[in-house]
Design a protein around this ligand. Structure first.
Ligand SMILES: *Cc1c(COP(=O)(O)O)cnc(C)c1O
Length: 421
């Protein structure tokens, strides 16, 4: 089931008032749902000593949301300087932050080590010599290549640009140790939006096996293994959610068995984004036009600058027409924005109840990789973000972009340079 029923029950009765107060379009996030999912995740993996989720900041990079993650005891998974800044602004320090960049620049390494540093997760062996001040604690991203077949979004590991290969992994740690590292972690990320829990169990098995192999070659012990993000959510009504209970049970057993064989076990870390916030957000937009040509179209006041996933991945996002949830879905239409791009569609040939101009549409599951992926192409600006708090109040947590924001980068001190002079 997309967007939890309890979020719908909290939001839909008040959404018209919210729309009246703030204007549409907006993304709205459900604090209650986010906290419940966070608590369930912690409970599920409580059997693994030191389990910790590092929220993948790129999924929902908003300080107010990161504050909630911080309150739940989560760390932050970052891959850019602005994401590091944001995580530190909400209090993340040192080992609360995992810096999982790729194609990393010197500037990024220098920034990462400041302000209490972070856990450096290196994407390649050639980066070992490029780290300006090598940290005590280091981690590598492992790419299993042909040993795993990838899932749909992230693709086949052999074709993925990330990580060190199976043949490089022992050498990577040997060289890191030669540069002074004495504490170690191991990371992988081989799935995206995976709903088959057994895939995640296999990932946990894989990182533990690699940890075992490196330990036997080099005699180092791993403090943690990171199984990455990629836990899926059901975007389509007929999909079932990830079986968290079965998954955590089987993964916990793998750690127990590691402990029996070695007398210790690494901590387990994960860096989910979508799973934590995806179903707990929706994009609320107003129907402003309708059009009957070869197909029926409903034009709304949001466009793909607010939510790119349908255009980018052909992703399905369920749509509720507020107040008409129980009416028969008697019409077939495309729900479109106003970008001059024919893929600016939130839904294609979707069965929906009859929609009148002025109706509010809730586009489900925009809580991860939604607003964050927005852009300004065609002069379409990013919308505001709201938080429905646990106490029932609604809070503006990001204002909408303005035309002034749009022009800001063309407002600069004149800089004319004559290279031939
Ligand atoms: C994007 C990303 C994540 C989060 O992925 P989700 O699908 O949102 O769980 C985690 N780790 C890394 C390295 C990523 O690039």
């Amino acid at each position: 089931m997309p967007m939890s029923q309890s979020f719908q029950d909290r939001l839909f009765p008040i959404v018209e008032k919210i729309a009246e107060h703030y204007g549409t379009p907006f993304h709205i996030y459900d604090e209650t749902g986010i906290r419940e999912t966070g608590a369930n995740l912690k409970k599920a993996f409580a059997g693994i000593d030191g389990f910790r989720e590092y929220f993948a900041v790129k999924a929902l990079p908003n300080k107010r949301i990161l504050q909630i993650m911080q309150e739940m005891g989560f760390g932050f998974d970052c891959s850019s300087i602005p994401e590091l800044i944001m995580s530190r602004q909400v209090g993340g320090r040192g080992e609360d932050i995992m810096f999982t960049s790729n194609n990393t620049s010197r500037e990024e390494f220098l920034f990462a080590e400041q302000d209490g540093g972070c856990i450096l997760n290196l994407d390649d062996i050639t980066l070992i010599d490029k780290v300006p001040n090598f940290p005590e604690l280091v981690c590598f991203r492992y790419n299993p290549g042909p040993k795993r077949t990838g899932n749909v979004i992230i693709g086949n590991p052999v074709e993925a640009k990330y990580g060190v290969t199976h043949d490089q992994v022992v050498d990577a740690y040997r060289r890191a140790r030669a540069r002074g590292a004495s504490r170690f972690g191991l990371h992988t990320m081989v799935a995206s939006n995976e709903l088959d829990y057994t895939y995640m169990v296999e990932t946990a098995r894989m990182v533990l096996e690699i940890a075992e192999m490196v330990e036997s070659e080099l005699g180092i012990r791993f403090e943690f293994v990171n199984i990455g993000g990629g836990f899926g959510i059901p975007y389509k009504p007929e999909q079932s959610p990830l079986d968290l209970g079965a998954m955590s049970g089987e993964i916990t057993a793998l750690f127990d068995s590691f402990r029996e064989r070695h007398g210790y076990a690494p901590r387990m870390v994960m860096e989910s984004g979508r799973y934590i916030t995806g179903p707990h957000g929706c994009l609320v937009t107003t129907a402003i036009n309708h059009k009957d040509i070869y197909r029926k179209y409903i034009g709304v006041d949001a466009c793909m600058s607010s939510l790119m996933r349908p255009a980018l991945y052909d992703a399905y996002h369920h749509i509720s027409v507020v107040g008409k949830e129980h009416l028969p879905k008697s019409e077939v239409c495309d729900v479109v924005g106003s970008l001059c791009e024919n893929n600016d569609k939130f839904a294609v040939q979707r069965e929906l109840p009859p929609i009148q101009e002025g109706d509010l549409l809730a586009i489900h599951d925009s809580g991860a990789h939604g607003h964050a992926m927005g852009f300004q192409y065609n002069g379409r600006l990013r919308p505001k973000e709201l938080l429905l708090s646990t106490d029932g109040t609604v809070e503006l947590i990001r204002r909408a972009e303005t035309v002034e924001d749009y022009f800001a980068t063309q407002d600069y001190r004149q800089d004319v340079f004559i290279p031939a002079g």
